[in-house]
Each structure stands twice: as C-alpha cells, then as structure tokens.
Ligand binder design. Structure first.
Ligand code: ADE
Length: 421
C-alpha cells in the first residue's frame, strides 16, 4: 500500500501497466545504462522532482530511473488525454511514484493534479509544455526559492520560457532539453512523424496513398509528418510562414502553399506549428465533404474548434477519437482527438526507441543541474554538448554501429588554416 497521496484511475491495472513498461524498456538501452550508473552513484539522493509529462510507458522508464537515482518523484499529465491509466497504476504500486493523472480528466482536475505535484515542494521541475513552471510562477510563488532548476521537453515550452527569461520573470534556471540535438532531431522528426501518422490512421483507418495531406508547419515535427505521409503515398502540401523553411520544403520536393489555397483540396489536414488559429472558420467553409482535421502541436489552439462547433448543425462520434461535424450545407468535417495532440490521444506517442534519447537527456540534465546548482543563473540553458555527444555515442553502441575515428593528421587538418589542398 502506497504511503503517499496519488490520484489515478484504478490501482488494479498495475500488472498490465508493468508489462507495458517492461515492453518499452526493451527499446530504451541508453536510459537503462544511465539507470545502472544511477543505481551505483545515487546522484539524485534527497532530491524531490515534480514532473508534468505524458504518462506513458516510456515516461515510466524515466521515472524509474529518477527513483533509482535516489529522487522522490511526483508525476502529473501534460495533456488530459495522453495518460495510460495502467502505466499510472504501475508507477504508483511498483515504482513508488506519486502519480496524479487520469485519462480524460477535465480542465479543473488537470490543474488540481498539477498543484498536487507542486505540493511536493520540488527541487527540480520537469515539464513538457511548461505547465508546472507556469503554475509555480503564477500561483505557487512560495515554491520558487526551493527550486534548483527545471527541465523542458518541448519547442512550445522552450518558447514560453525564453519569453519569461526575456521579461526577467524566470525564477530559476531551466535546461531546454528540446534543444539537444539528440532530442529534437530524432524525437520531433521521426517520433512525431511516425506517431502522428499512426494516430490519424488508428483513429480513421483512412488510406493515405493517393490522398492529399496538408501539413501546416515545417519545423522538425512538421517535416517528420510530411516525410512519413509522403512515404505512405500521400500527395503532401506543406504550409509554412518562415521563408527559409518554406524554401527547404520546396526543395525537399513538397508542394508549398497557403491554407486558403489548400483548404478546398485537402483530404487530411494536420497542424504542427506551435501557434494558434491555423485552421479557422473561413477554411472550414471551403473544405471538402469528409475532410479530416488533426493537430500534432502541443496545445489545442491550432484548430479553431469553437468556429467548427458554431458552424455545425449536428455532431456524431462514428469512432473513438472522431467527432464528425455536419454543416448546414450538408458537408461533414471530422475532427480528431478534439484538436489535441493526435499522436498521444489517438495513438501511444513516440516509440520507445526515440524517447530513449529524449529521456536520457532529461535524466542527464537533471543530474547536471544538481551537480552544478551553484553555477546556474535564472536563465534558459541548452543541454551541455558533452551530454548530447555521449547520448549519440551510447545510442550507436546500443545499435551495434561502429563509426570511423579521425586520425591525428585528419584532426590537425581540420583545425588548421595553413594547410592547403
Ligand atoms: N511525447 C511524445 N511521445 C511520448 C511518449 N511516448 N512518452 C512521453 N512523452 C511523449
């Protein structure tokens, strides 16, 4: 019986959750190696960590690693629809993590759970979307002085934290895990790419081959989605506001357009911009009958869902994760996962193999923050390049892939400006 507070769906699901956690663990060799070292060194002894992450089997492996490193850990969800309830149960009963998360929780419960995690009086915060940091800075300011550092997993969260830093209101240092190359080059591109297409297919069972898929945003996530949709035979149109990225999309072989132009033609729309109001009322007005609309950005602001509701004369739920809105002219538009992260709401999020690197960055960044607490200022820091290199090296080794090593002469050549052709 757990001797700490928690709030989950059902403790009886723990055995099923444990099997899922063990299945993910098979594909997380870098994190397993870190865990083995943490077991010997206990670098997080006496640390209290408040984490707000998607409660998945991959996250459970990170939580286990932090516990083995000596930390006391509380965990809430970073999205109301992404919690795997069986995993939450196993975390409580098998790993001693104080989980406050239930799949499908309403907004009040979501924030109550964030506050419950903040009640731990954390030394370290760990965020996926800056919600714990946001709540601590907005309403739990008495906790700020006790926090050594935070970590942040997402592009969206890092943008917010940099805005806080620029306004001089960031109350403690934060390590931007998202900025690590071994994070965004893999998790955002291959993880989001695969899991978003997976979510759209699980929700709809639509055939992508021959369909027109419109991807809004050509950051690393958008690129991943566009590449994977193309790989399944879709005709992919990319929308991007940044001219450099738009040009890259053109030269990567995608059609580049505007939402106004693409709206009447798309079969499947997916947003991954990080910004609000990307698909709006005027776009719904011209979409094809049966158009499918989904979001892969962190917050549910990219699709103007209220505008869709306003236009609807009827709503039905033909399958889980689909709301089919019938409009006055008889067309229907299918919204997936209520406009929330489709890859975590309608599928299981990124595969373990890619979360292995993201969460290795989390674990090593926490260790770094604890060891360097005295030196850090109230700023947003990138993950130290040595950690990035180490994770890439460990991942290659786990994949049994050897790479060449520079000779002394080659190294000298690269650092010299006198040696010519
Ligand atoms: N973000 C995206 N995919 C994830 C996963 N599988 N676990 C935790 N966070 C995620």
């Amino acid at each position: 019986m757990a001797d700490f507070a928690f709030d989950i769906k059902d403790q009886a699901l723990a055995e099923e959750g444990l099997r899922q956690i063990e299945w993910a663990e098979r594909d997380m060799p870098v994190l397993r190696g870190i865990r083995a070292r943490f077991a010997a060194e206990r670098p997080l002894e006496h640390m209290r960590i408040a984490a707000c992450l998607h409660v998945t089997s991959e996250t459970a492996n990170l939580m286990h690693t932090l516990r083995v490193g000596g930390a006391e850990v509380a965990l809430c969800a970073s999205n109301p629809l992404s919690t795997q309830d069986a995993v939450a149960a196993a975390l409580v009963t098998e790993f001693g993590v104080a989980v406050h998360a239930i799949c499908g929780e309403d907004d009040d419960t979501y924030y109550r759970h964030i506050n419950a995690v903040a009640d731990l009086r954390p030394h370290i915060t760990m965020d996926d979307g800056a919600d714990v940091i946001g709540v601590i800075h907005a309403t739990r300011r008495e906790l700020i002085d006790g926090v050594i550092a935070g970590t942040e997993e997402t592009t969206t969260g890092v943008l917010r934290l940099r805005a806080m830093e620029a306004d001089g209101v960031l109350g403690f240092p934060v390590i931007a895990v998202n900025e690590a190359q071994t994070k965004h080059l893999f998790d955002n591109r291959y993880g989001t790419g695969q899991s978003t297409v997976d979510g759209i297919i699980r929700a709809t069972n639509v055939l992508l081959a021959g369909r027109m898929v419109v991807v809004a945003g050509y950051g690393w996530c958008g690129r991943g989605i566009a590449e994977r949709a193309r790989g399944m035979g879709a005709h992919v149109t990319v929308l991007e506001v940044d001219p450099l990225r738009a040009l890259q999309a053109v030269m990567d072989g995608f059609r580049v357009s505007t939402m106004a132009e693409a709206a009447p033609h798309g079969d499947v729309f997916c947003t991954a911009t990080g910004d609000k109001d990307v698909i709006r009322g005027e776009h719904f007005d011209v979409m094809k009958d049966g158009a499918i609309v989904a979001n892969a950005g962190h917050f549910n602001v990219e699709i103007d869902v209220p505008a869709l509701r306003e236009r609807a004369v009827g709503v039905s739920a033909p399958r889980p994760s689909i709301e089919q809105f019938t409009l006055a002219d008889g067309r229907s538009i299918c919204l997936l996962a209520a406009g929330r992260l489709v890859n975590l709401s309608a599928a299981e999020g990124h595969p373990a193999s890619v979360m292995d690197m993201s969460f290795a960055n989390q674990a090593l960044s926490v260790e770094y923050a604890v060891r360097h607490a005295e030196e850090l200022e109230n700023r947003v820091y990138v993950v130290p390049p040595a950690i990035d290199d180490e994770i890439a090296r460990l991942k290659l080794a786990a994949m049994n892939i050897a790479i060449d090593v520079l000779s002394d002469e080659q190294r000298r050549y690269l650092s010299s400006w006198t040696e010519g052709t």
